[in-house]
Design a protein around this ligand. Sequence first.
Ligand code: GAR
Length: 192
Amino acid sequence: MINIAVFASGNGSNFQSIYEATQSGRLKANIALVVCNKPDAYVIERAKACGIPCFVCSPKNYENKEAYEEAILAELTSAKVEFLVLAGYMRLVGSTLLKPYKNRIVNIHPSLLPAFPGIDAIGQAFDAGVKVIGITVHFVDEGMDTGPIIDQQAIRIEKGDTRETVEAHIHEIEHQFYPAVLNELFEQAAVK
Ligand code: GAR
């Protein structure tokens, strides 16, 4: 089974859904490590409760981005991680990780990319008044929410929706969609 690391910076609800999918067998993968760049992020508690090792690393404790990512790479290597899954990891990935994990880093973003990249995509979409929003899973490159798109799901904004109801709906769909897309990706890689 493929060994993955989940990268997160906050609540970690997507980590939780990925973990649960691995437990139920809907996602044939093993989470070997969680990587978190925020020492107060709730995902750390979630990882602990699931018994998954968590590497917590503040970029400010390192001389530069390269040193920060080298520290992460050392943990990934010792945990024999083959694939990186970004789930609410709010940092750009640099070449220190992109090179060794070429075509093996994916991200989920709460918009129909290339629309609304970056922070608060749901708020951006809501403020723009769009009627269809959605979710994108894509391969990661050096850009902000760029890289080849793997799959997307659209969600219609209904009359009476608020930013809060839309956000809740997006999260609910992400929790089904991301594990399913990952499983398909890993199955395809296995038959190649
Ligand atoms: C998710 O909605 C994810 O799509 C988004 O952060 C949230 C994390 O929630 N990611 C991005 O905006 C990436 N640019 P979680 O911590 O509860 O999983």
